[in-house]
Ligand binder design. Sequence first.
Ligand SMILES: *Cc1c(COP(=O)(O)O)cnc(C)c1O
Length: 247
Amino acid sequence: MELAKVLEIKSRYSEVQRQIQEACEKADRNWRDVRLMLATKTIPSEYVKIAIDLSHTLFGENKVQELKVKARDLASYPINWHFIGHLQSNKVKECLNVASVIESVDRMSIALEIDRQLQKQGRSVDVFVQVNTSHEQSKFGLEPQDLHAFLRQLSKIETIRVKGLMTLALFSADQDKVRLCFKTLRRLFNEIKNEAIDRIEMSELSMGMSSDFKIAVEEGATLVRVGQAVFGTRSRPDSYYWPEKKA
Ligand SMILES: *Cc1c(COP(=O)(O)O)cnc(C)c1O
């Protein structure tokens, strides 16, 4: 591999870490309370390995097929995978074989399929519930008004341990609009915490990506999901990874 590429990824990685710390200072938060997850879609395993060499351990994939391949390539390293994409029922089993957290639980049918697979295996899994905070009809994620009822239902499924919430903010150059998405997720997080639903833990707020992680940290993110800011720009448009929801 080219040395230039290695150095580039390493320096971008420290720059992202520095910016997280800066955002924490601005918001009077402890930087240890914010975890960086590297979103590795389209990034070859050999580049992911550069981050592993920097002792990075938390990675996220958006498609099960790609998750499987990378988890196999990198099986000898002590790393942790989160699933962050739109999960289809027929991929749940394979996803559970690798992912330690599914961040994108957004409907009862998928929760029931996760439960069905886990029952067979006699184990449980940590999940975040994905919320649509952008008011875009086409986006995946639960509508905020449906979240409370959904969590009450989830709390009855013993194989599923809810740990927090996840969102994708509006894709917009208007920082105030982006910030509003994060504020919405934070508000829901606090409401649910106060509701104290049995077995529903609210300790993780997964929000913020390359273009907006600083704002997300200021608004209380405990986990930011960053890809391009570390690995460089992707050639495919984002719409490829976040397919439109069919009406
Ligand atoms: C790809 C992805 C990210 C990271 O996006 P970047 O623009 O590469 O930082 C965050 N969250 C999800 C769900 C993703 O699929």
